[in-house]
Design a protein around this ligand. Structure first.
Ligand code: GAL
Length: 357
């Protein structure tokens, strides 16, 4: 009899723990069985390390490899742990990876959204588990985000347009945009047109082609630029491309028409290949964003917030739902004249690599 009662008790406990799923089919991530605070957040055992989750959109562009490695290093430098997952541009995968990071007992989530809107679901899931969320480099729209850290991305576009209009104050311009899903792509474009619009209104500059490039790929930018050249019979005076990856596609299309080095091209990210193009003369400028400073600042904010510290920021950015406390760092324009004093001086690229023949 006693033996039978014990078996029944064990079966009951098992059934109760399996009942973690909500009736409406939406799966909530049940954190590991640890004491839970009022916020729903697990209570750490004394001496247990803080754990930061880093959910990344992609590792396709050169810069994201630096972001990943430098952020992880900075977090570990503060005595905390960091688990990274990258979703290769797949929204559903990014959401399920965030669920996995939450189920691994992270104390705070840092996210680089692939899709600014779709990632709001990740913020909601994290908050359900009592976990705060920082948007890194790219804003998450329409969510109760806890903090946003990036560069001044409108200023990035302004720097691009200022450098190109210095060289081509009048003429026919092409704009090759970034991914429409990325809030940054909209900010870069806004910055460019902050500078171009008055010149357009004066009739000095004409936009002869303007298109987004899906997922920021060089291949999509190449298709766009070939289209622009065809539509204008190669009658183009300048190109502003949202980043260096897309600028690579632009220069390839110009090269096919024997125009590489003859038409000024702007990019962003100070990728090695782009800095080499600037040395060779097929690209005019890029925008350097000191990733190291961004990662160190982000790691410090993440670990402090994970420990429960309240963070006040001077700046707030509206994400369509709330005024998000924000930290924005300054970008730097780079052309042939200041490569040495910027990306080389800061060790972003080596002199050997940049000037390699
Ligand atoms: C943007 C980022 C850029 C660029 C691009 C492509 O959000 O700010 O630096 O690399 O994504 O991944």
């Amino acid at each position: 009899m006693v033996k039978r009662l014990k078996i029944v008790a064990v079966v009951l406990v098992l059934l109760l723990s399996l009942a973690g799923c909500k009736g409406d089919g939406e799966k909530t991530v049940a954190p590991a069985q640890k004491p839970v605070a009022a916020s729903g957040k697990e209570i750490k055992h004394p001496g247990e390390k803080i754990k930061i989750g880093f959910s990344m959109d992609t590792l396709l562009e050169e810069r994201w490899l630096k972001d990943r490695d430098l952020f992880k290093k900075a977090v570990e430098g503060m005595g905390a742990e960091c688990e990274v997952m990258a979703a290769n541009g797949d929204d559903a995968l990014q959401i399920s990876q965030a669920e996995t990071l939450i189920s691994h007992g992270i104390d705070l989530l840092v996210v680089v959204p692939h899709n600014a809107e779709a990632t709001a679901a990740i913020v909601n899931k994290a908050h359900q588990a009592g976990i705060k969320v920082i948007a890194y480099d790219r804003l998450v729209k329409n969510a109760d985000l806890d903090l946003y850290i990036s560069f001044d991305n409108e200023e990035v576009g302004e720097l691009q347009a200022k450098e190109i209009t210095k060289r081509v104050p009048k003429g026919r311009y092409v704009y090759i945009g970034g991914a429409i899903t990325d809030n940054n792509a909209h900010l870069f474009k806004k910055g460019v047109f902050n500078v171009l619009q008055p010149l357009i209104d004066k009739g000095d500059i004409q936009i002869v082609y303007d298109q987004w490039s899906k997922d920021w790929t060089p291949a999509n930018a190449l298709v766009n630029m070939r289209e622009a050249l065809k539509a204008t019979h190669n009658q183009i005076d300048a190109v502003i491309s949202a980043n260096d990856a897309t600028a690579g596609g632009v220069v390839q299309a110009l090269d096919e028409q024997g125009l590489a080095g003859k038409i000024p091209v702007a990019g962003q990210d100070a990728e090695l290949a782009a800095v080499q193009r600037i040395v060779q003369g097929t690209q005019t400028m890029t925008v350097y964003k000191p990733i190291k400073s961004l990662t160190i600042e982000a790691a410090s904010l993440a670990v402090r917030m994970a420990k429960g510290e309240k963070i006040d920021t001077h700046k707030k950015v509206n994400n369509g739902k709330i005024e998000v406390p924000s930290v924005l760092l300054s970008p730097i324009a780079v052309d042939r004249n200041n490569i040495d004093s910027t990306v080389i001086a800061e060790g972003y690229h080596s002199r050997e690599d940049v000037y390699r023949k």
